[in-house]
Design a protein around this ligand. Structure first.
Ligand code: C2E
Ligand code: CA
Ligand code: CA
Ligand code: CA
Length: 279
């Protein structure tokens, strides 16, 4: 029993050490990659449910690791948040995506919108507004085409500060979308405190929409609540035609998901926009 106890301890300690070690490697590697721009922005179309047209894109970061290959953001965003690297990373995403979407607006669709994810840490950072002003000036991007996706948690961290930030963003025409709606631990009271524009129903409610009556009821309620507050609704993670038709029937405004397209590289996104433009 003593032995197994000791082994157990060694096992956990080794595991822990490995994790710390890997985190450290990952952090250093992320720093280097930021300098070398080993990252790429993918774009996922957001489609207007009434006309089936692409009306916007969400920018989603990818890490092209020199040895490990493509790494999903779910693996490195948490570490980037802990280390503060998320800030230069999101500044890079914002700049790259504004440049890219500006070009697409000029070539294909003047009203194409851009949604960018802003982490809680970055959203509460004093330089956020400065960064955004600088980026839209440098890229000549129109604030009216930009929306920031933040989570309930990010908004609720410092309510007074959040109200001020959102007001200043709105002066530039920039809108706020609440991402992953329904998964955060918060009251609905903030919906009247903050001037937000859009709500994105989390994928976890959409994936069983057609066979789980609870998920369907929650989706109904979120759409009704949003519309009565004059907010637009996006459903994320739409994978099937059945889900799409159900959401259409419920009056959802926009959809995003594999059914239409997964996140894709800029070149592929450009082909889609070109195609839509000639139709
Ligand atoms: P998110 O903001 O909720 O983005 C949606 C995620 O759902 C994306 O994962 C997308 O690929 C995935 N998705 C879209 N449609 C479907 C579908 O029909 N089915 C399924 N199963 N998945 C779908 P991705 O690109 O791996 O990003 C994961 C998360 O990483 C994002 O979740 C977001 O929280 C974070 N992320 C990505 N880029 C950034 C960034 O620049 N800043 C911050 N703070 N977070 C980012
Ligand atoms: Ca998002
Ligand atoms: Ca989301
Ligand atoms: Ca989500």
């Amino acid at each position: 029993a003593k032995d197994s106890g000791k082994n157990k301890y060694n096992f956990y300690s080794e595991d822990l050490q490995k994790m710390v070690y890997q985190r450290h490697i990952l952090e250093n590697s992320m720093r280097k990659s930021l300098e070398r721009e080993d990252f790429e922005v993918y774009y996922q179309p957001q489609v207007d449910i009434t006309c089936n047209q692409i009306v916007g894109v969400e920018a989603l970061i990818r890490w092209k690791h020199p040895e490990l290959g493509m790494i999903s953001p779910s693996h490195f965003i948490p570490i980037a948040e802990e280390t503060g690297l998320i800030i230069p990373m999101e500044e890079w995403v914002l700049h790259t995506a504004c440049n890219q979407v500006k070009e697409w607006q000029q070539k294909y669709n003047k009203s194409l919108r851009l949604a960018v994810n802003i982490s809680p840490h970055h959203f509460q950072h004093e330089n956020l507004l400065k960064t955004i002003i600088k980026t839209i000036n440098n890229t000549n991007f129109c604030g009216n085409s930009l929306e920031l996706e933040i989570t309930e948690t990010a908004a609720m961290q410092n309510v007074v500060f959040t109200i001020k930030v959102i007001e200043n963003l709105r002066k530039m025409g920039i809108e706020i979308c609440i991402d992953d709606f329904g998964t955060g631990y918060s009251s609905l009271g903030y919906l009247k405190k903050f001037t937000i524009h859009k709500i994105k129903i989390d994928r976890s409610f959409i994936c069983n929409l057609t066979n789980n009556t609870n998920d369907a009821a929650i989706t109904d309620a979120v759409i009704a609540l949003s519309h009565s507050l004059n907010l637009m609704v996006v459903a994320e993670g739409v994978e099937t035609e059945e889900q799409l038709e159900l959401l259409r029937g419920k009056g959802c405004n926009y959809i995003q998901g594999y059914y239409f397209k997964p996140p894709i590289p800029a070149m592929e996104m450009e082909e889609l926009l070109k195609e839509q433009n000639t139709n």
